[in-house]
Design a protein around this ligand. Sequence first.
Ligand code: 5RP
Length: 216
Amino acid sequence: MAIDIDDEKRAAATAAAALVEEGMVVGLGTGSTVAHLIPALAARLLSISCVATSPATEALALAHGLRVEPFSGIGQLSIAIDGADQVDPRGWLVKGGGGAHTREKIVAGATDRFIVIVSSDKPVAALHPPVPLELMTFGLDVVLRRWPEVRLRQAPATPDGGVLADYFGDVADPDNLSARLAATPGIVAHGLFPPSMTSVVLVGRNGRVESVTPAG
Ligand code: 5RP
């Protein structure tokens, strides 16, 4: 039987929506998997507030009748739910295929529980490039000279005025790469999310949802 990736995304998203409880402040990620989460969450008719990581997510959430609040003024989220481009066996994520990883990382870092929802094509034996980046326009050429493996993405500026790019070099050691990218002035955020950030990964797989806790 052919695997339907979209069904797997919907199944993972629906399982995540079931984790949300009355009164929670919920971080909403960005992407096609989160697009399944939003109607599933709205259908639960809970009294919740949401923080959106992109204008697209905010528009979809509002269209489904969810209450969306500005992030400023909200200190801590109860739960945040988001997709990923890759999940490795330790629980490292690559995110930012949709260009929203800077806001997604801020939200993931400000929540009690970060739930990752993916289809069965996202878990990988080893991470591979590209790793999305958001760069400052100021000093852009300096960053590009320092990182020859980085290519600018043909994409509009982010809502925060950043330039989207992708790193195409070696990703075999995500701890080291993550630290080096984070230490480069001009790189606003990179798409490597450490295992310690994630509470659980829900993987839609062939009609079922597997729950994987990152080993760290
Ligand atoms: C956006 C992201 C997305 O979560 C990631 O790209 C996965 O997208 P999708 O759910 O469409 O497969 O990081 O910045």
